[in-house]
Design a protein around this ligand. Structure first.
Ligand SMILES: *Cc1c(COP(=O)(O)O)cnc(C)c1O
Length: 494
């Protein structure tokens, strides 16, 4: 199978792959008008429903995952293997909730796919082939903070001599009271917004997610403040590591030594370490070469963490919804996510490794077979294929950053003292702004109006900025560098 199936769909629809990364106003209003405003009393023929969707709805989609020049939101793409497997998932509609080894192979495939991902990320299978497939990194961050919340409060309640120790069983307020604590804090550096959301969902509170950034680099921890906060007597602590900050693509930690130090401190104070490696974890798949040495240091030592988030629908290039969650403590997730008292859902006798039932270690009961597209894509590309894909993404980011650094119209961010220093730290994101303030205030809009590429508008140190996030498997360094620099030139009217 090749790209043909995708292209056929796009050809049928004359979609944005041909016409631009954003739908036109006409396409949008035509699609909007085509949507019926009441439920039809009788059904239509399947072919007419198909025609409506392909000819009226699809043309008003954006290039999100299909176009290699859609650089907003880290959308990833969909590899042909993943697309094939995702269609199999829908056609066979397997419910992956209970491990029933005599009834279906699906939980075995999921378990082994987690193992292959551990291999890809160079994590020990014996420790890390533990976890589950979620709907995305947001859900994985909820799982990570939920396991962390359970762990740090169990420790605190035990220290206090209490029998009431489990948030999952006894409830958050009861355990906090038993532990003599006023709450939980999450210490981080520029965490992704979804981590803050997770704290809100879990009763930790968004206001209790705190930056402990060093004065000279907001992406890095101030280790002295970190220790002071960990030592607090009134709060239990989860340390959340931004393994890939979403604006810059840069990393919170500087290598194995620093991770060891954070681990030592967290052990001393019974804290939990959660790594949000939604996209950053993928740099562990790169070969050990001088070219990638600096960025690889950013994800070094994350095997010392307690839980790790990865995203499937970003750099892994499988379709939505797919997130990855790894946790080294295999007994912990069941204490939080146990689907209690449903004997009819218990799994049968199993041979081989013990595979947990997904409904007891994650949010959902019924859910789709999320691992199959991952499995298919990993088999289709292997370590080398994924490394090649990522090298092209990094190659494009570095080519564009270098061009921006030299450009009279733009400034590369964070501001660098030299081009080699900037490129050395570049992963797959490019953050920049225009030197001219008037242009800068509408830069993202002007770039996106060309519809040749799409960037996210963001802000950096209080002023507007643009981000080019490169995550599609179709990247062609030469072709895409030419396109991006042409558009940036045109927008700056050079
Ligand atoms: C994208 C992202 C998330 C959220 O991921 P979703 O898959 O959109 O839920 C979390 N953390 C980081 C670092 C991200 O880049």
């Amino acid at each position: 199978m090749d790209e043909k199936i995708i292209q056929d769909l796009w050809k049928a629809a004359q979609g944005p792959w041909e016409t631009g990364v954003l739908p036109s106003t006409e396409q949008l209003s035509r699609a909007r008008k085509s949507i019926p405003n009441t439920l039809p009393a009788t059904g239509s023929r399947l072919d007419s429903v198909q025609r409506h969707i392909l000819e009226e709805i699809v043309p008003a989609f954006n290039g999100g995952s299909i176009s290699p020049n859609y650089y907003g939101f880290i959308t990833g793409g969909v590899t042909p293997a993943a697309l094939f497997a995702d269609n199999v998932v829908s056609a066979y509609d397997q419910n992956v909730q209970v491990h029933l080894p005599n009834h279906s192979i699906v939980t075995d495939v999921e378990f082994n796919t987690l193992g292959m991902l551990a291999d890809l990320f160079r994590l020990e299978r014996s420790t890390w082939q533990n976890g589950t497939f979620t709907t995305g990194a947001t859900a994985s961050n909820i799982l990570g903070l939920a396991c962390g919340r359970e762990f740090v409060l169990q420790k605190a309640a035990q220290r206090n001599g209490s029998q009431v120790t489990s948030v999952g069983e006894n409830g958050l307020l009861e355990v906090l009271q038993a532990a003599g604590l006023s709450g939980i804090q999450v210490l981080s550096t520029m965490p992704h917004s979804s981590l803050v959301k997770a704290a809100g969902v879990l009763g930790i509170g968004r206001a209790n997610v705190r930056n402990v950034c060093s004065a000279d680099n907001v992406l890095h921890f101030d280790m002295d403040v970190l220790e002071k906060e960990l030592a607090r007597k009134d709060k239990a602590t989860i340390v959340a590591i931004s393994c890939g900050e979403v604006n810059t693509g840069r990393f919170a930690t500087s290598g194995a030594e620093q991770m060891k130090e954070i681990r030592r401190l967290c052990d001393k104070y019974d804290a939990w370490i959660h790594v949000d490696g939604a996209f950053g974890i993928f740099c562990r798949g790169l070969e050990d070469t001088a070219e990638f040495a600096t960025i690889k240091k950013g994800a070094e030592g994350i095997e010392l963490a307690d839980s790790i988030t990865g995203d499937g629908h970003k750099l892994l290039n499988v379709p939505y919804d797919c997130g990855l969650f790894f946790c080294r403590h295999h007994n912990l997730a069941p204490q939080v996510f146990q689907n209690a008292n449903a004997a009819y859902l218990s799994s049968g006798p199993s041979e081989g490794p013990s595979i947990p039932s997904p409904l007891n270690i994650g949010l959902e009961n019924s859910r789709r077979f999320r691992a199959l597209p991952v499995y298919a894509s990993l088999l289709s590309y292997g370590r080398e294929g994924y490394s090649d894909m990522l090298q092209r993404q990094i190659g494009l980011a570095r080519a564009v950053y270098g061009w921006i650094y030299d450009s009279p119209a733009y400034i590369a961010l964070p501001e660098a003292t030299s081009k080699p220093e900037l490129l050395d730290q570049t992963f797959m994101s490019v953050l920049f702004r225009a030197k001219n303030d008037n242009l800068n205030s509408e830069l993202a809009k002007r770039i996106n109006e060309t519809s040749r590429m799409f960037v996210s508008g963001t802000s950096w140190q209080g002023a507007p900025a643009c981000r080019i996030a490169i995550s599609n498997w179709r990247v062609n360094v030469e072709r895409d560098t030419a396109l991006v620099t042409e558009v940036l030139n045109q927008v700056a009217q050079l």
